[in-house]
Design a protein around this ligand. Structure first.
Ligand SMILES: [Zn+2]
Length: 420
């Protein structure tokens, strides 16, 4: 029976499915050329399997191609968020987190992955999750078990004892320590290597204090230059990029000098930090919209008072300093810290970048070509070009005039498959 079935299949296939997968042609009135910040009219994107084979204006559509006509919409490459916590949620900002099990957290990550993908973010870099939940989710998405964006994942972020990424809300008798805690050169190497052993694509380091942690100061550096050099040097040697959570000026400078690939947040960046980041070509991943959401919703999510007090000081300061960094020409990649606010609202960050002086084209570049470069995925994602994954989105209106159009993504394709 089995042999008969397979020979029927083979006969059918000989006629219908020759070696090449069927071509898909996506048509739209316009397409954003993200490199040049210009619009291409009468756009056609040809796709074979997961990849783009050609893209341009008025391309001839091969006979037999499946045509997806998006009418008057504008096509863009799928967006990239270089700073998410996909298995986290806003209500986890305080004590409510301690009642959640790892399986429960992971399953909410599966929901968040779909919401993020449908919002037009076809690639994310997840920078910090307890218990490797992000790595499990990444693997489930790659295996096709659950829908979601392409993911790079860090697993537990490295932290000093009592640092931003340690467990900071329990009394001493609970003896709780976060998985990523590593003090001193040797432990730092051990935890970096352990994260890589368990599947980390990127090494996340908490280099300064933070806002949503107890008993630390965002302005103070936490890791020493020696520890940062150990972690970053080892990660690079093992083929992994590194991202440093850093608010304070000293932690930013130490991380840049140690060779980190991106500074996350960068709230207290000063002139010397700006100069160093330009010299070292280090990306800054500002996460600014979260300030609006967190302060408006502090009561609803029962944000503990000491954390709210920090947020009220740090987040407005960040906008002033990052405005200076943007104007000075520090390389910027798009990030949100989604989890601090609800997943799916990621595109609200664009409006803040434009308020701080970027053109819409520059803001869109942070979430496409720049973020792809930071991830080391420039050959895969970030623009609509032959050879890249067919990760496409479409919006109504004119994104090069109004970035708010990106908050209402109408159509999403990931790897040649329509997901919205
Ligand atoms: Zn974060």
């Amino acid at each position: 029976m089995k042999a008969i079935t397979s020979s029927i299949l083979m006969l059918a296939c000989a006629a219908a499915c020759a070696a090449e997968p069927a071509t898909i042609a996506v048509k739209a009135a316009h397409m954003v050329d993200v490199r040049n910040g210009t619009l291409v009219d009468n756009a056609v994107v040809l796709i074979s399997g997961e990849r783009i084979t050609a893209a341009g204006s008025k391309l001839a559509i091969p006979a037999g191609a499946q045509v997806i006509d998006l009418g008057n919409k504008t096509l863009l490459p799928g967006l990239i968020d270089a700073h998410t916590h996909i298995t986290g949620n806003p209500e986890d900002a305080g004590y409510s987190l301690i009642a959640k099990s790892v399986p429960r957290i992971t399953l909410s990550g599966a929901r968040n992955a779909l919401v993020t993908l449908r919002a037009g973010f076809t690639t994310i870099r997840d920078v910090g999750a307890d218990a490797y939940t992000d790595i499990g989710l990444r693997d489930a998405i790659n295996d096709g078990d659950v829908p979601g964006p392409r993911m790079l994942a860090s697993g537990p972020p490295l932290s000093i004892t009592g640092g931003h990424c340690d467990e900071t809300m329990h009394a001493p008798e609970y003896k709780l320590t976060a998985l990523g805690v590593a003090d001193g050169h040797d432990e730092a190497l051990k935890v970096t290597r352990r994260n890589i052993k368990y599947g980390a694509d990127v090494i996340k380091i908490c280099a300064t204090g933070g806002v949503l942690s107890f008993g630390d100061d965002p302005r103070t550096s936490q890791y020493t230059l020696d520890e940062l050099k150990a972690i970053i040097g080892d990660a690079h040697r093992l083929g992994r990029k590194t991202a440093a959570h850093a608010h304070g000026g000293d932690g930013i400078k130490l991380s840049v000098l140690a060779g980190v690939d991106s500074i996350e947040h960068g709230s207290y960046i000063d002139d010397e930090g700006i100069r160093l980041m330009k010299e070292y070509k280090t990306y800054l991943v500002p996460t600014l919209y979260l300030g609006d959401w967190l302060i408006e919703n502090a009561e609803a999510i029962k944000l503990p008072k000491p954390l709210l007090e920090k947020a009220k000081v740090v987040l407005p300061t960040a906008r002033v300093n990052i405005g200076k960094a943007i104007k000075a020409g520090v390389p910027i990649a798009f990030g949100t810290d989604a989890a601090v606010y609800p997943h799916g609202l990621n595109a609200r960050e664009f409006g803040v970048l434009v308020k701080l002086g970027m053109t819409p084209a520059q803001a869109i570049r942070t979430a496409t070509v720049n973020a792809a470069d930071l991830l080391g995925w420039s050959d895969k994602v970030g623009s609509i070009e032959a050879g890249k994954y067919a990760d496409l989105i479409a919006v109504d209106g004119e994104p090069l005039k109004d970035v708010k159009t990106l908050e209402q993504v109408q159509w999403v394709m990931k790897g040649g498959a329509v997901v919205k």
